[in-house]
Design a binder for this molecule. Structure first.
Ligand SMILES: Cc1cc2nc3c(=O)[nH]c(=O)nc-3n(C[C@H](O)[C@H](O)[C@H](O)COP(=O)(O)OP(=O)(O)OC[C@H]3O[C@@H](n4cnc5c(N)ncnc54)[C@H](O)[C@@H]3O)c2cc1C
Length: 473
């Protein structure tokens, strides 16, 4: 019998789990965090958000340097890449943040328990037991009044495929020994287009193949069109509405056979292929089947406080049904759950208030309803669109592609959705999230002062565009 009964045991130390553990500690709860890897951070820190954004920053700097002369900077000579240094820098950033997490666990009195955790069944006398198998194969038992399952997700592969040195997922591609001459990316969601963008900047020949009829299919249709246009301009070949039939290893690389949208068979050979077709929840072996929790295709159903059908068992992060698989979503779900557990006022996560960011070039940031979604809901909307071509800071930073699109309720002008593609879109979107959270109207935002000259002024003009009153077009 375990001696300690925790208020909360969290299984999984990714952004959902570690954030929940920190907040639980701040709220004075006795908390254990169970993690099977030797380092905290999960997919996000080790093979997801942080390493990709680190390398995207290298790509951005490299792209600027290629045009150094245009900025009056001479003497740079021919710029070349050192892939090893790029990976070293990425690894240093990861290492720094792993240390930071260890510090935060100590600071917030979180007991970190190494090992693989699984629920042993339903609660007995209001206490759950989690079996934790250590690397030595020995199992210990952790007891807690509440358990948060935050085990994350794995990259999906196409049927019959196995990741190796040429058929890559986000894991293998982040430790390649050199930049590939050519890359086929299967899947034009955020992960696919980010890697496509990186390797195009680094000089690879990049082809993107997407099954759905448009790039970044979760975004507003106008954003998809603009991304396709800019990618074409950048020399990235893309095929949408294309079904991959076969991926084979050849003597030196890979061969991807697909049927294009017009039904024609196509073949693309490349040095590597990245499979970025979504992520599957890791819930098979975590013991949820021994509880009343309801799952579908591995995703866990929860109520607004992230509690499953098993009282005291919560699910957060990539394993939750019906929420986007994003680090900030998992983190906020963890905060919502532990705040509720602590008996403090908590606020459920609202689907339409979640920002989605894609850090390719050009960047994408969006929140709320797309124009099509608003119309499908039967809402009468007014739409405004302001191109970055009219923004003075966009001229200064030399990035004129893209726009800010605002979808607003026609009667009261409440902002329902904002869709940005262009410079710093992933930063600019924060204003729109706040506006939607505070149920702001276009009228209010049109009288909100935005500093000059900033990219944020494109937001002001975007809101003005809803009333056909953008200043700079
Ligand atoms: C290439 C890529 C780029 C991405 N970029 C972004 C981005 O820019 N922004 C964004 O918001 N999201 C991004 N994501 C998504 C983001 O990484 C995930 O949404 C996020 O990591 C999910 O957090 P999580 O805590 O649910 O799971 P994870 O981060 O997967 O963490 C789960 C943790 O649980 C541990 N674990 C699993 N099973 C057990 C067990 N039984 N016992 C103990 N421990 C266990 C794992 O080892 C892991 O540490 C990206 C993903 C990828 C693949």
């Amino acid at each position: 019998m375990a001696e300690t009964t925790y208020d909360v045991a969290v299984i999984g130390g990714g952004p959902a789990g570690y954030t929940a553990a920190i907040r639980a500690g701040q709220l004075g709860l006795k908390v254990a965090l169970i993690e099977r890897e030797s380092k905290l951070g999960g997919t996000c820190l080790h093979v997801g958000c942080i390493p990709t954004k680190s390398i995207l920053f290298n790509a951005e700097v490299y792209d600027h340097l290629k045009h150094a002369k245009e900025y009056g900077i001479e003497g740079v000579g021919e710029v070349t890449l050192n892939w090893k240094s790029i990976l070293d820098r990425k690894n240093q950033i990861i290492a720094k943040h792993v240390k930071g997490l260890d510090f935060l666990m100590r600071k917030n009195k979180v007991t970190v328990i190494p090992g693989t955790g699984s629920l042993t069944g339903v609660a007995k006398g209001g206490v759950h037991t989690v079996s934790v198998k250590g690397t030595d194969g020995k199992a210990t038992q952790v007891q807690a009044k509440n358990v948060l399952v935050a085990t994350g997700s794995d990259a999906k592969l196409l049927p019959g495929l196995k990741a190796d040195d040429r058929i890559l997922t986000n894991i293998e591609i982040l430790s390649l020994d050199r930049i590939p001459k050519s890359l086929v990316v299967i899947g034009a969601g955020a992960v696919g287009v980010e890697f496509g963008s990186i390797f195009k900047s680094f000089g690879s020949e990049v082809t993107v193949v997407e099954y759905l009829p448009r790039m970044v299919p979760n975004e507003d249709e106008d954003v998809s069109k603009e991304l396709a246009r800019v990618f074409r301009k950048r020399g990235i070949e893309s095929h949408v509405g294309a079904k991959v039939d076969k991926v084979e290893r050849t003597k030196d690389g890979v061969k991807v056979s697909f049927t294009s949208a017009d039904g024609k068979p196509q073949v693309k050979e490349a040095e590597k292929v990245l499979v970025a077709v979504g992520r599957a929840p890791r819930t098979e072996t975590v013991g949820l089947d021994k509880t009343k929790a309801k799952l579908e295709r591995g995703f866990v159903y929860v109520n607004e406080w992230m509690e499953t059908a098993e009282p005291g068992v919560y699910a957060i992060g990539d394993i939750v049904a019906g929420l986007p698989q994003l680090a900030h979503v998992g983190a906020m779900c963890g905060i919502v759950a532990v705040t509720k557990i602590a008996g403090r006022p908590s606020r459920p996560v609202k689907r339409e208030r979640i920002p989605a960011c894609t850090y390719c070039e050009p960047q994408i940031g969006s929140v709320g309803l797309t124009e099509a979604q608003a119309k499908e809901k039967g809402l009468t909307v007014k739409v405004g669109k302001f191109p970055f071509a009219g923004n003075s800071k966009a001229s200064i930073v030399g990035q004129h592609d893209g726009f800010v699109k605002v979808v607003a309720d026609a009667k009261y002008g409440e902002v329902l959705g904002v869709h940005i593609i262009g410079p710093q879109a992933t930063e600019l979107i924060a204003e729109a999230v706040t506006a939607i959270e505070l149920e702001a109207t276009v009228d209010e935002l049109m009288f909100t002062i935005h500093a000059h000259p900033t990219l944020a002024e494109a937001m002001l003009d975007g809101f003005g565009a809803v009333e056909n009153m953008a200043i700079n077009v």
